[in-house]
Structure formats: structure tokens, C-alpha cells
Design a protein around this ligand. Structure first.
Ligand code: AMP
Length: 431
């Protein structure tokens, strides 16, 4: 089995990894580290949870260490661009952990907070800058940050940057960086726009693809519970009575809904917190800390706020509301089953969400198991059980290696016509 020292990492990094309890490199680390140590550009198709932060941070630290150049004030040597503040903070923590025996200065720059500390850090000289695009551009325009000495550029979660409307900012930022650089681009999915961005900024790059989305997806026990919208809160409370739900991340579509669910849980005596874009950065970090420490058993989150939540041991992801796009579903459920462990994802689906559910099943090429075990919602799905046999079949997510989700071949989906009755009726006949 490959070890970190087989990958050619220096002793200072190996020591830090041992202290973290990392014994074996993850697949993306095994593939990416030797390539990156050779100075190659890379396109990495991987999602959060695969160990990709260490996959780029370790070689980057090692190459920077070998060069021994001191960063000038305001001029970072490495830039990591990432879509959200949470991810930025998390990547910053990664650099701190892995680089603790190397003595580089790193800082994290993101919006929603005062810029004073970020500016003073930059003035003092920063080797590694982790930033979200908006604030970075802002500080660049104010001449607090200059990218002309950047030797390493990492674009993390490029697909999400695209979704969040950051691509223009990213292009403006990249245009300020000299061509003499090593560039890495990571994305969980490869829509056309990300591919063309990649082609525009990478040179002679190596493409590596680990854990195609299905791999994480397949490790997760996914179930769907059909429930009327007005009964969702009761169903949630019922589920949380189950002691095997040790740490649950609950997703809603809107900030408002997140607050309402958290309030409901508080009333029923469940320790929980909500995290969304309207909360201050400090409030979010506090909620995350409470969730990490176990003080709050449940965290209610919106998609954007939850992006990059890196909490180990999430036993359950509960989709209180289904996301509008399948990619968010994959990102959401990927919060459980981190770093090789397993986990459960339970989705509540009301009549209006059936189309979303189908889109998810199509994109992930699986039929999500319908869970009728719960006494509470059994009444609500009575209509369903009449219709069909195979609805408790296990997810059939396997697809041939390298095949992308959503590429046709919708197994068992030959009966999708509009029938009468409850909207989810069609589905079970197909299942
Ligand atoms: P990432 O994909 O970078 O967000 O990493 C996902 C999680 O896996 C983080 O909690 C890391 O600390 C952890 N991790 C990364 N690499 C390893 C490894 N080789 N062994 C054990 N845990 C790891």
C-alpha cells in the first residue's frame, strides 16, 4: 500500500500528517501529489470529502519550501480561490495543520467582515493566500493585494464558483497573474463553462478524476420519505428521536425555512442551531463549533452556508426540503460519509418536490429507496403502497467507471407518464 513517504513528501510534512493521524493517502492524494511535485498543472475532478485539500496543499508547501523565497508585503506566492468563506477558512486550517513545521505565513480573505485585519496581514507579508473572489478583487482594486508574484494558483470548486456567478471575477483575477505559474483547478463536475475555463488557464495539464460522484453517493444509505409539507416538522422530530441519529445536518432551501426548523427543534428540546448567509461570520463559526463539539446535535443549513462544512461523524444528512438541482443534492449528502466512512441521507419529499426527486435520480442514476418504515408518515404514503412492488429496492447507483451522471440509460424509468392521483404515484411504478 502506498504511504505518504512513498509519494516523496519531506519529513516536516510527514510529521504533521502523522500528528493528524493520517496513515494512508486517499486516492486523489496518491495520484495528485507526485504529479504536482513535478510541477505539472492539473485538472482534478473531485469533490470535497475526498482529501483534495491535502492533495494540493502538501505538494504546494513542499515546492515553496524548496524555493525558499520570502514573500514581499502584499504579494502572496500562492493563491487559493474558493467560493465560500467556510471553505476558505477550512483550507486555511489545512495549510496551518500540514505546514506547521515549515513556518509559512498564510491568511484567509473573505467578505462579510471588516477588511482591516486582512489588510494588515497582507502588509505584513503572506506566503499563502486563501480567498473568495469578491473580497480578493476588492482588495486588489484598493492595491492591498498584488498578484504578480503568484507562483501557484488553485481554483477550488470551480463548478460552484460558476453557479455562484463568480466566473467573471475569477477571470479578472487570473488575468493579473503571470504565466510563470503552476495552476490547479478542482471541480466536482465538469460543465462546459468550467471545461473552457480550465482550458484557458491550464497548460499542458494532467487530468485526474477520483471518486466520480457516484462513489461517495454509493457509500451513503439514501432514502426518501414521502410526506405532506405540513407534516415535515413532525416527521423530523420523530426521526430525531432515534438515538442512532447522533449528528444530523438538516438542509432547507431558504434562510427563512432554516430559521423556522431550528425554532421548531428548540421548542421540542432538540439542541440545534441554524447557519445561513444572513448570519454574521462569527455567528456561523460559533454554530459550526457547537455542532463540531457535539453541543448542538443538529445543524440546520442552507446550501450555500453548508458548502464546505467539514465536520466528521455526521451520521445523517436530512433533506428537509429537496434542492432544486441534483448537484446540490450530491454536495449535501457528501457531508456524511466523509473520508471513507458511511452515512445516511434521508430526503423528505412532498407533492411539489417529486420532479426534483426525479431529476436527482436521473442525474445520479439510481433509484432512491423509499422508506415506509416510519410509523408517522406511513399514513401519508398509503396511496403509494397500493401501486407497486419493488419500491424498497436498494439504490442501483453503479455505473461503469468514468461514465458521467445524467448520460441516458435511465434504468427502470420507462413509466413516467402523467397519471392521475398523487404526483409521486408514477414514480413508484417505475421503481
Ligand atoms: P477534503 O476533501 O480536503 O475536504 O478532506 C476531507 C476530510 O478528510 C478532512 O476532514 C480531512 O482532514 C480528512 N483527510 C484528508 N486526507 C486524509 C487522509 N489521508 N487520511 C485521513 N483523513 C484525511
Amino acid at each position: 500500500m502506498t504511504t505518504f513517504s512513498d509519494l516523496g513528501l519531506i519529513e516536516q510534512l510527514l510529521r504533521a500528517l502523522t500528528a493528524e493521524g493520517y496513515t494512508t493517502p486517499t486516492p486523489i492524494q496518491t495520484q495528485a501529489i507526485p504529479l504536482l511535485l513535478q510541477g505539472r498543472d492539473m485538472l482534478g475532478i473531485a469533490q470535497t470529502g475526498t482529501g483534495k485539500t491535502a492533495a494540493f496543499a502538501l505538494p504546494l508547501l513542499q515546492i515553496m519550501d524548496a524555493k525558499r523565497i520570502k514573500a514581499a508585503p502584499r504579494c502572496p506566492r500562492a493563491l487559493i480561490l474558493t467560493p465560500t468563506r467556510e471553505l476558505a477558512v477550512q483550507i486555511g486550517e489545512g495549510f496551518k495543520t500540514y505546514g506547521k513545521h515549515l513556518g509559512f505565513k498564510h491568511t484567509v480573505v473573505f467578505g462579510g467582515v471588516g477588511q482591516g485585519q486582512q489588510v494588515s496581514a497582507m502588509n505584513a507579508g503572506v506566503d499563502i493566500l486563501v480567498a473568495t473572489p469578491g473580497r480578493l478583487l476588492d482588495l486588489m482594486n484598493q492595491r492591498h493585494i498584488n498578484l504578480q508574484h503568484v507562483e501557484f494558483l488553485v481554483l477550488d470548486e470551480a463548478d460552484r464558483m460558476l453557479d455562484m456567478g463568480f466566473i467573471r471575477d475569477v477571470k479578472v483575477i487570473v488575468a493579473k497573474i503571470g504565466a510563470e505559474r503552476q495552476t490547479l483547478l478542482f471541480s466536482a463536475t465538469m460543465p462546459e463553462a468550467v471545461m473552457s475555463l480550465a482550458k484557458g488557464i491550464l497548460r499542458n495539464y494532467e487530468r485526474i478524476e477520483v471518486t466520480p460522484q457516484s462513489t461517495t453517493v454509493e457509500r451513503i444509505d439514501q432514502r426518501v420519505m414521502f410526506v405532506a409539507r405540513e407534516d415535515k416538522r413532525k416527521l423530523l422530530s420523530d426521526l430525531l428521536n432515534d438515538k442512532t441519529v447522533t449528528r444530523a445536518l438538516v438542509f432547507t432551501r431558504t434562510k427563512h425555512a432554516a430559521n423556522r426548523v431550528a425554532e421548531h427543534l428548540a421548542k421540542t428540546g432538540v439542541s440545534s442551531d441554524a447557519i445561513h448567509g444572513n448570519k454574521s461570520q462569527n455567528a456561523r463559526q460559533r454554530s459550526l463549533a457547537a455542532f463540531k463539539s457535539g453541543k448542538a446535535r443538529v445543524l440546520v443549513a442552507t446550501d450555500i452556508a453548508a458548502r464546505g462544512i467539514d465536520v466528521d461523524g455526521i451520521s445523517h444528512v436530512i433533506n428537509f426540503e429537496l434542492p432544486a438541482d441534483p448537484e446540490s443534492y450530491v454536495h449535501r449528502i457528501g457531508r456524511t460519509a466523509r473520508a471513507g466512512s458511511s452515512g445516511s441521507a434521508i430526503s423528505f419529499c412532498d407533492a411539489e418536490e417529486v420532479a426534483d426527486l426525479r431529476a436527482i435520480e436521473r442525474a445520479t442514476r439510481q433509484v432512491i429507496t423509499v422508506d415506509t418504515t416510519h410509523s408517522f408518515h406511513a399514513a401519508h404514503i398509503a396511496t403509494r403502497s397500493e401501486r407497486s412492488g419493488g419500491e424498497r429496492s436498494k439504490p442501483q447507483g453503479q455505473r461503469p467507471q468514468g461514465q458521467k451522471p445524467g448520460g441516458g440509460n435511465n434504468r427502470g424509468r420507462n413509466n413516467r407518464g402523467g397519471r392521475g392521483g398523487k404526483p409521486w404515484d408514477n414514480r413508484s411504478q417505475a421503481a
